[in-house]
Design a protein around this ligand. Structure first.
Ligand code: PAF
Length: 282
């Protein structure tokens, strides 16, 4: 049975009761519209903790476009049912007024890691993400917090924030969950038209093609051309970036002589899809 909790005091009380019983706490931060990607986070949290708290908050300060914020799917009732099925104990779904009762003047900024890739086209995005996750970690004080590898840059930013600011919490990374045709699961996929949904798996195919070239010893520029060949079959794609970056620093590399991420953001009409693939040198 999942208890819906809408206040900070309420979730702190639930956590305090669990602590008294000697339970560990796992937090799965989400913005709702839950799918199997979140399911993987919730399942792992369930396996590893005594109390599982999922949070659902569409965080206004991480959106740099108001239309994106407004169009973000909001499905509280089905999300609550999903949490019940996966045996989460608490769904913490605060209002914007509960999370930001006054104008927010304090922010968490993770330099460098949050600046390139998605950070370049979404100014302030990672500052908004880091700030809200810092608030959630302070509110819930979990032993472990779970994030998906699909949002690789977010994961890098939050891992660094937790280390730099000494949060007493372990960041647990969970592998990307894909549809049968390879498309990475995302809450934004529901906004794809039927035709766009058919084209969307080409994003992952482009990453696979790039990774195959890197593994065959090609340099990054030649490997990226392989991605271009896949994506140019569909003029509907607008590639925001497709890069090969160091898996830890997220800085662009020219050759794969250490673990890298092939990472991309692609637009299909008004839907922005992101994905990445880790590739290790032999
Ligand atoms: O990945 C998300 O859903 C969000 O960025 C997060 C981590 C819940 C912060 O709002």
């Amino acid at each position: 049975m999942t208890t819906l909790v809408e206040t900070i005091a309420g979730v702190r009380q639930a956590v305090a009761r669990a602590r008294q019983r000697g339970l560990t706490i796992g937090l799965v931060p989400t913005m709702g519209a839950l799918h199997e990607g979140h399911g993987a986070l919730l399942r792992q949290a369930r396996d590893e903790n005594g109390l599982v708290v999922a949070s659902l908050f569409v965080n206004p300060i991480q959106f740099n476009r108001s239309d994106d914020f407004e169009k973000y799917p909001r499905t509280l009732q089905t999300d609550l049912e999903y949490c019940q099925r996966l045996h989460a104990d608490v769904l913490f779904a605060p209002s914007a007024g509960e999370m930001y009762p006054a104008q927010q003047l304090s922010f968490v900024e993770v330099a460098e890691l949050g600046e390139g890739l998605c950070g370049a086209s979404r100014p302030g995005h990672f500052r908004g993400v880091a700030t809200v996750v810092a608030k959630l970690l302070n509110i819930v004080q979990p032993d472990r917090a779970y994030f998906g590898e699909k949002d690789a840059q977010q994961l890098a930013v939050l891992t660094r924030m937790v280390a730099d600011l000494n949060f007493a919490c372990t960041v647990v990374r969970v592998a990307t969950v894909r549809e049968a045709d390879g498309l990475a699961m995302s809450s934004r996929n529901v906004r794809l038209t039927a035709k766009e949904r058919q084209m969307a798996p080409a994003v992952y195919e482009a990453l696979l093609a790039t990774a195959a070239e890197l593994r065959a010893g090609r340099d990054v520029e030649s490997a990226k051309r392989a991605a271009g060949l896949v994506l140019e079959k569909f003029p509907e794609f607008r590639v925001e970036y497709l890069e090969v970056v160091d898996a830890e620093t997220l800085r662009p590399v020219e050759r794969m002589d250490r673990p890298v991420l092939v990472i991309t953001a692609v637009w299909l009409e008004s839907v922005r899809l992101i994905d990445n693939l880790r590739c290790d040198p032999r």
